[in-house]
Ligand binder design. Structure first.
Ligand code: NI
Length: 270
Protein backbone atom coordinates (compact mmCIF):
# COMPACT_ATOMS: atom_id res chain seq x y z
CA UNK A 1 0.00 0.00 0.00
CA UNK A 2 1.47 3.37 -0.99
CA UNK A 3 1.47 6.35 1.35
CA UNK A 4 -1.33 8.02 -0.54
CA UNK A 5 -3.47 4.89 -0.20
CA UNK A 6 -2.96 4.70 3.55
CA UNK A 7 -4.56 8.11 4.07
CA UNK A 8 -7.66 7.07 2.14
CA UNK A 9 -10.90 6.33 4.05
CA UNK A 10 -11.77 2.63 3.76
CA UNK A 11 -14.08 2.14 6.76
CA UNK A 12 -16.34 4.08 9.11
CA UNK A 13 -16.20 4.41 12.89
CA UNK A 14 -19.01 3.38 15.28
CA UNK A 15 -19.73 7.11 15.80
CA UNK A 16 -20.11 7.63 12.04
CA UNK A 17 -22.40 4.60 11.76
CA UNK A 18 -24.60 5.99 14.56
CA UNK A 19 -24.69 9.44 12.97
CA UNK A 20 -25.70 7.90 9.65
CA UNK A 21 -28.60 5.90 11.07
CA UNK A 22 -29.78 8.80 13.19
CA UNK A 23 -29.64 11.45 10.46
CA UNK A 24 -29.95 9.54 7.17
CA UNK A 25 -26.70 10.85 5.69
CA UNK A 26 -22.95 10.99 6.29
CA UNK A 27 -20.03 12.91 4.74
CA UNK A 28 -16.56 11.36 4.49
CA UNK A 29 -13.04 12.35 3.43
CA UNK A 30 -11.69 10.89 0.16
CA UNK A 31 -12.21 7.17 -0.37
CA UNK A 32 -9.62 7.10 -3.13
CA UNK A 33 -6.28 8.62 -4.17
CA UNK A 34 -5.63 11.82 -6.16
CA UNK A 35 -4.14 9.65 -8.95
CA UNK A 36 -7.32 7.63 -9.26
CA UNK A 37 -9.47 10.76 -9.27
CA UNK A 38 -7.32 12.14 -12.10
CA UNK A 39 -7.89 9.16 -14.41
CA UNK A 40 -11.54 8.90 -13.45
CA UNK A 41 -12.02 12.54 -14.41
CA UNK A 42 -10.55 11.81 -17.85
CA UNK A 43 -12.92 8.88 -18.37
CA UNK A 44 -15.84 10.95 -17.15
CA UNK A 45 -15.14 13.88 -19.46
CA UNK A 46 -14.60 11.52 -22.39
CA UNK A 47 -17.99 9.82 -22.14
CA UNK A 48 -19.86 13.11 -21.70
CA UNK A 49 -18.07 14.69 -24.67
CA UNK A 50 -18.80 11.58 -26.79
CA UNK A 51 -22.46 11.81 -25.73
CA UNK A 52 -22.17 8.14 -24.79
CA UNK A 53 -25.50 6.36 -24.31
CA UNK A 54 -27.55 9.15 -25.89
CA UNK A 55 -29.23 6.97 -28.54
CA UNK A 56 -30.26 4.24 -26.16
CA UNK A 57 -31.68 6.70 -23.65
CA UNK A 58 -28.85 6.33 -21.13
CA UNK A 59 -27.66 9.93 -21.55
CA UNK A 60 -30.16 12.75 -21.16
CA UNK A 61 -30.80 16.11 -19.59
CA UNK A 62 -32.08 15.49 -16.09
CA UNK A 63 -33.20 19.08 -15.64
CA UNK A 64 -34.66 20.05 -19.05
CA UNK A 65 -36.88 18.84 -21.87
CA UNK A 66 -33.88 17.16 -23.51
CA UNK A 67 -34.63 18.03 -27.14
CA UNK A 68 -31.95 17.35 -29.75
CA UNK A 69 -29.65 20.32 -30.22
CA UNK A 70 -30.67 22.00 -26.97
CA UNK A 71 -27.82 22.53 -24.50
CA UNK A 72 -28.28 20.32 -21.45
CA UNK A 73 -27.99 22.11 -18.12
CA UNK A 74 -27.90 18.89 -16.07
CA UNK A 75 -26.70 16.02 -18.27
CA UNK A 76 -26.75 12.55 -16.76
CA UNK A 77 -25.37 9.17 -17.91
CA UNK A 78 -26.90 5.99 -16.51
CA UNK A 79 -24.45 3.13 -16.02
CA UNK A 80 -21.36 5.13 -17.07
CA UNK A 81 -19.13 2.04 -16.64
CA UNK A 82 -20.85 0.56 -19.70
CA UNK A 83 -19.11 3.26 -21.75
CA UNK A 84 -15.93 3.51 -19.63
CA UNK A 85 -15.32 -0.05 -18.31
CA UNK A 86 -12.24 1.11 -16.39
CA UNK A 87 -14.70 2.70 -13.93
CA UNK A 88 -15.61 -0.83 -12.79
CA UNK A 89 -12.15 -1.30 -11.38
CA UNK A 90 -10.89 1.10 -8.77
CA UNK A 91 -9.97 1.60 -5.14
CA UNK A 92 -13.01 3.86 -4.79
CA UNK A 93 -15.36 0.94 -5.52
CA UNK A 94 -13.61 -1.40 -3.12
CA UNK A 95 -13.86 1.17 -0.33
CA UNK A 96 -17.43 2.21 -1.13
CA UNK A 97 -18.58 -1.40 -1.02
CA UNK A 98 -16.83 -2.04 2.30
CA UNK A 99 -18.39 1.07 3.83
CA UNK A 100 -21.86 0.23 2.43
CA UNK A 101 -21.60 -3.20 4.05
CA UNK A 102 -20.72 -1.62 7.37
CA UNK A 103 -23.65 0.78 7.15
CA UNK A 104 -26.38 -1.49 5.75
CA UNK A 105 -25.70 -5.17 5.82
CA UNK A 106 -22.67 -7.44 5.22
CA UNK A 107 -24.32 -8.65 2.00
CA UNK A 108 -25.05 -5.25 0.45
CA UNK A 109 -24.15 -5.16 -3.25
CA UNK A 110 -24.11 -2.60 -6.03
CA UNK A 111 -21.70 -0.49 -7.98
CA UNK A 112 -21.44 2.38 -10.42
CA UNK A 113 -24.91 3.73 -11.02
CA UNK A 114 -24.86 7.10 -12.73
CA UNK A 115 -22.95 10.28 -13.44
CA UNK A 116 -24.40 13.78 -13.14
CA UNK A 117 -22.52 16.64 -14.75
CA UNK A 118 -23.16 20.23 -13.73
CA UNK A 119 -21.63 22.46 -16.42
CA UNK A 120 -19.71 25.59 -15.37
CA UNK A 121 -21.87 28.69 -15.08
CA UNK A 122 -25.09 27.19 -16.48
CA UNK A 123 -25.40 24.01 -14.39
CA UNK A 124 -28.96 23.84 -13.06
CA UNK A 125 -29.98 23.04 -9.48
CA UNK A 126 -31.09 19.49 -8.71
CA UNK A 127 -34.37 20.19 -6.88
CA UNK A 128 -35.33 18.68 -3.53
CA UNK A 129 -36.28 15.01 -3.85
CA UNK A 130 -36.19 11.56 -2.27
CA UNK A 131 -34.50 8.99 -4.53
CA UNK A 132 -37.14 6.35 -3.83
CA UNK A 133 -39.69 8.60 -5.60
CA UNK A 134 -38.01 7.64 -8.91
CA UNK A 135 -38.35 3.92 -8.33
CA UNK A 136 -41.00 1.21 -8.64
CA UNK A 137 -43.54 1.72 -5.81
CA UNK A 138 -44.23 -2.01 -5.44
CA UNK A 139 -40.92 -2.61 -3.64
CA UNK A 140 -39.54 -1.79 -0.25
CA UNK A 141 -35.96 -0.52 -0.44
CA UNK A 142 -32.97 -0.38 1.84
CA UNK A 143 -30.41 1.39 -0.30
CA UNK A 144 -27.71 3.98 -0.04
CA UNK A 145 -26.24 6.32 -2.62
CA UNK A 146 -22.60 7.35 -2.47
CA UNK A 147 -22.17 10.74 -4.15
CA UNK A 148 -18.54 11.37 -5.10
CA UNK A 149 -17.29 14.60 -6.70
CA UNK A 150 -14.23 14.38 -8.98
CA UNK A 151 -13.15 17.86 -7.91
CA UNK A 152 -13.94 19.83 -4.80
CA UNK A 153 -17.69 20.16 -4.15
CA UNK A 154 -18.74 23.48 -2.65
CA UNK A 155 -21.97 25.33 -1.98
CA UNK A 156 -21.13 27.51 -5.01
CA UNK A 157 -20.68 24.63 -7.49
CA UNK A 158 -23.45 22.34 -6.30
CA UNK A 159 -22.54 20.15 -3.32
CA UNK A 160 -25.37 18.13 -1.79
CA UNK A 161 -27.66 19.37 0.99
CA UNK A 162 -29.62 17.00 3.25
CA UNK A 163 -32.58 17.33 5.60
CA UNK A 164 -31.49 15.45 8.75
CA UNK A 165 -33.83 12.63 9.87
CA UNK A 166 -35.96 12.86 6.69
CA UNK A 167 -35.14 9.17 6.05
CA UNK A 168 -37.84 8.39 8.64
CA UNK A 169 -40.51 10.04 6.47
CA UNK A 170 -42.82 8.42 3.93
CA UNK A 171 -42.34 9.36 0.28
CA UNK A 172 -43.68 12.89 -0.07
CA UNK A 173 -45.56 14.01 -3.22
CA UNK A 174 -43.24 14.68 -6.17
CA UNK A 175 -43.70 15.90 -9.76
CA UNK A 176 -41.51 16.39 -12.82
CA UNK A 177 -39.41 19.57 -12.53
CA UNK A 178 -41.60 22.60 -13.28
CA UNK A 179 -44.55 20.20 -13.47
CA UNK A 180 -43.47 19.40 -17.06
CA UNK A 181 -43.89 15.64 -17.70
CA UNK A 182 -41.32 15.84 -20.54
CA UNK A 183 -38.64 16.33 -17.87
CA UNK A 184 -37.08 13.27 -16.24
CA UNK A 185 -35.96 15.01 -13.03
CA UNK A 186 -38.35 15.12 -10.06
CA UNK A 187 -39.00 17.81 -7.49
CA UNK A 188 -40.82 17.86 -4.21
CA UNK A 189 -44.45 18.96 -4.74
CA UNK A 190 -45.57 20.22 -1.34
CA UNK A 191 -46.90 23.68 -0.46
CA UNK A 192 -44.66 24.13 2.57
CA UNK A 193 -41.33 23.13 0.94
CA UNK A 194 -39.47 25.95 2.66
CA UNK A 195 -40.63 24.74 6.04
CA UNK A 196 -39.89 21.10 5.19
CA UNK A 197 -36.30 21.87 4.11
CA UNK A 198 -35.37 24.60 6.56
CA UNK A 199 -33.11 22.38 8.69
CA UNK A 200 -31.05 21.33 5.62
CA UNK A 201 -27.29 21.14 5.94
CA UNK A 202 -24.76 21.50 3.10
CA UNK A 203 -21.96 18.93 2.75
CA UNK A 204 -18.94 20.40 0.94
CA UNK A 205 -16.42 17.69 0.01
CA UNK A 206 -12.82 17.24 -1.05
CA UNK A 207 -12.18 15.61 -4.45
CA UNK A 208 -12.99 11.91 -4.01
CA UNK A 209 -14.83 12.52 -0.73
CA UNK A 210 -18.34 11.09 -0.48
CA UNK A 211 -21.69 11.81 0.99
CA UNK A 212 -23.82 8.76 1.67
CA UNK A 213 -27.61 8.95 1.98
CA UNK A 214 -30.53 6.54 2.34
CA UNK A 215 -33.29 6.06 -0.23
CA UNK A 216 -35.72 8.36 1.60
CA UNK A 217 -33.34 11.10 2.73
CA UNK A 218 -34.48 14.43 1.25
CA UNK A 219 -31.65 16.10 -0.69
CA UNK A 220 -30.82 18.89 -3.11
CA UNK A 221 -27.90 20.48 -4.88
CA UNK A 222 -27.65 24.10 -5.97
CA UNK A 223 -26.72 25.55 -9.36
CA UNK A 224 -23.09 25.66 -10.48
CA UNK A 225 -22.21 29.34 -10.27
CA UNK A 226 -18.47 28.76 -10.73
CA UNK A 227 -16.35 28.64 -13.89
CA UNK A 228 -15.34 25.00 -13.28
CA UNK A 229 -17.54 22.03 -14.21
CA UNK A 230 -18.91 19.98 -11.29
CA UNK A 231 -18.57 16.26 -11.91
CA UNK A 232 -20.26 13.78 -9.61
CA UNK A 233 -20.37 10.01 -9.76
CA UNK A 234 -23.16 8.24 -7.86
CA UNK A 235 -22.79 4.66 -6.63
CA UNK A 236 -25.78 2.70 -5.42
CA UNK A 237 -25.64 -0.12 -2.83
CA UNK A 238 -28.44 -2.03 -1.23
CA UNK A 239 -29.93 -5.26 0.00
CA UNK A 240 -32.51 -7.26 -1.97
CA UNK A 241 -35.87 -5.46 -2.28
CA UNK A 242 -38.93 -6.94 -0.60
CA UNK A 243 -42.55 -6.37 -1.67
CA UNK A 244 -43.96 -3.12 -0.29
CA UNK A 245 -46.53 -4.13 2.35
CA UNK A 246 -49.37 -1.95 1.00
CA UNK A 247 -50.51 -0.77 -2.43
CA UNK A 248 -48.94 2.53 -3.39
CA UNK A 249 -48.71 4.63 -6.48
CA UNK A 250 -46.13 7.19 -7.69
CA UNK A 251 -48.41 8.96 -10.17
CA UNK A 252 -45.64 11.40 -11.14
CA UNK A 253 -43.78 8.55 -12.84
CA UNK A 254 -46.85 7.16 -14.60
CA UNK A 255 -47.51 10.45 -16.42
CA UNK A 256 -43.90 11.08 -17.47
CA UNK A 257 -43.32 11.30 -21.23
CA UNK A 258 -39.67 12.04 -21.81
CA UNK A 259 -37.65 12.10 -25.06
CA UNK A 260 -35.31 9.78 -23.21
CA UNK A 261 -38.01 7.08 -22.94
CA UNK A 262 -38.75 7.49 -26.66
CA UNK A 263 -35.09 7.05 -27.57
CA UNK A 264 -34.82 3.99 -25.32
CA UNK A 265 -37.89 2.43 -26.94
CA UNK A 266 -36.82 3.09 -30.51
CA UNK A 267 -33.31 1.83 -29.78
CA UNK A 268 -34.75 -1.41 -28.35
CA UNK A 269 -36.99 -1.93 -31.38
CA UNK A 270 -34.03 -1.63 -33.78
NI1 NI B 1 -31.01 12.00 -5.63
Amino acid sequence: MSNSESSVVSSVTPEQISFFHENGFLALDPITTPDEIAWMRESYDRIFSQRAGREEGNQFDLGGTDEEGKEATLPQILNPAKYAPELNDGLYLKNAQAIARQLLNPNAGGGVAHAIFKPAGIGAPTPWHQDEAYWDPQWQYYNVSFWMPLQEATIENGCLWFVPKSHYWEILPHRSIGNDPRIHGLELAVDNAEQVTKSAVPCPLKPGGVTIHLNRTLHYSGPNKTDIARRALILGYGVANSPYPAPRNFSWNDIKMTPRQERAQSSQSK
